[in-house]
Design a protein. Structure first.
Ligand code: ATP
Ligand code: MG
Length: 422
């Protein structure tokens, strides 16, 4: 039997209602904050990610699904969403329509990582991007949305950690300082981090190797070397977060696994996830739009892992549709049962999450009822000789086991009345 690829799980019908619930709640929440959806392709040119996420990052170096297509072009499955949003923002001149463009996306991302709880090779991210303004208040708005998600889904002990990773003014002198520090501890670093000393020293903070982690504990931190403007940006942000009553902790170690961040960087962790405890993360990326060929445009956003949200959330209601089955009592009424099913479907409102199925090909009434039970039917409509003669149907309530013959013309209003408890 052919199996799915490692780390690329199926999401089965028994679990999909929880997904639908989270997706629709998130869409409503983003709408509430004036964010509009953007859908970008799953495949992009490899260049886009190496230029934006960064050539020295784990994502680009080790995790990307990159291949040459039939034209000989190097293309990659997207490992994250921001780069594609920025590409689309530039390509379609979205900045012309508003001075602050608020976008959200939802969809699968691909990273060739070691699969484990909360870590997959195909996973779903939902993210937002606010492009156009450098004000700290926008950072606070974006963080507020992440915090709101945590509140709404009642995540297990959520913690919001924030930091500033500086900008081009303070980062260059800081990186020199960091490189000098790392050189003196070179022997203790893994091979990759030894190379990073000259190419991208801040990446060492993100290394999962325990000896590198030990070294970095004593390293100088960017937060302690911020320039005046970056520090002021951070102070206004924390004041705004206080005003919005959003609790946070300063974590000077956060650098994030992508190169494009400037100034604000943040993460929200939660319980119930084991070592993969980051549910969502993001930050400001004031230079990325320009780096991707657009006008200089400051921006900020976050991405959140849907699987981790589903693992950590404690209040996702599981709204399954209400199942109604139509059971012909004799084989000769199968066609009438399908016709009645179609009549009900056309009369029922389409936004009610009601499912109608006619049970065709069942060998006996008993087998039909068994099938209705397997489908967790709330009602079964019985159609036999009597009902056909009377142009009626017998509605059986599978919870109370009560049943009642009803004229077919009145069936829909009767069912809706029953469902709504009228
Ligand atoms: P981690 O430190 O867990 O590897 P990351 O820094 O790589 O996370 P981001 O690139 O910032 O994560 O992605 C944002 C969110 O997407 C993460 O907080 C997480 O919830 C989710 N995520 C990232 N990689 C995976 C994955 N392989 N499987 C499932 N979810 C993921
Ligand atoms: Mg990662």
């Amino acid at each position: 039997m052919i199996q799915s690829l490692k780390g690329m799980p199926d999401i089965l019908p028994k679990d999909i209602h929880r997904w639908h619930e989270v997706e629709s709640t998130l869409k409503n929440l983003f709408t509430l904050y004036s964010y509009e959806e953007i859908r970008t392709p799953l495949l992009e040119s490899t260049d886009l990610f190496s230029r934006s996420v960064g050539t020295g990052t784990d994502i680009v170096e080790k995790e990307m699904y990159t291949f040459v297509d039939r034209n000989g072009d190097s293309i990659s499955l997207r490992p994250e969403g921001t780069a594609s949003v920025v590409r689309a923002y530039n390509q379609h001149h979205l900045g012309h329509s508003a001075s602050l463009v608020r976008l959200y996306y939802m969809g699968p991302m691909f990273r060739h990582e070691r699969p484990q709880k909360g870590r997959y090779r195909q996973f779903f991210q939902v993210g937002i991007e606010a492009l156009g303004k450098s004000n700290s208040e926008v950072d606070a708005e974006v963080i507020n949305i992440l915090y709101d998600i945590g509140l709404h889904f009642k995540l297990e002990s959520p913690i919001l950690q924030i930091n500033s990773v500086g900008d081009y003014v303070c980062r260059t002198p800081y990186q020199n300082l960091l490189s000098q520090f790392l050189v003196t501890h070179q022997e203790a670093l893994c091979e990759t981090c030894q190379k990073r000393i000259t190419t991208n020293p801040m990446r060492v903070f993100d290394c999962k190797n325990s000896t590198c982690q030990e070294v970095i504990l004593a390293a100088p931190l960017i937060f302690d070397h911020l320039c005046k403007d970056c520090l002021s940006h951070f102070e206004i942000l924390t004041k705004q977060l206080d005003l919005l009553k959003i609790p946070y902790v300063l974590n000077k170690q956060i650098v994030r696994g992508l190169d494009y961040y400037t100034r604000t960087a943040f993460e929200m962790t939660a319980g119930g996830l084991g070592s993969q405890n980051a549910v969502g993360a993001g930050g400001r990326y004031d230079l990325l739009v320009e780096q991707c060929g657009g006008e200089p445009t400051p921006a900020v956003g976050f991405a959140l892992g849907m699987e981790r949200l589903l693992l950590s959330a404690t209040n996702i209601s599981d709204h399954k549709p209400i199942q109604i089955c139509i059971l012909p009592l004799q084989g000769e009424y199968e066609s009438k049962a399908s016709l009645l099913a179609q009549k009900l479907r056309s009369e029922l409102p389409k936004d009610r999450q009601i499912s109608i199925a006619s049970l065709v090909g069942t060998k006996s009434i008993k087998a039909g009822m068994r099938q209705a039970n397997k489908m967790s039917a709330r009602y079964v409509i019985l159609l036999g000789e009597n009902e056909v003669k009377n142009k009626s149907a017998t509605l059986k309530n599978m919870t109370t086991h009560g049943q009642q013959e009803i004229e077919q013309t009145k069936l829909v209003s009767f069912i809706l009345g029953e469902i709504d408890g009228k």
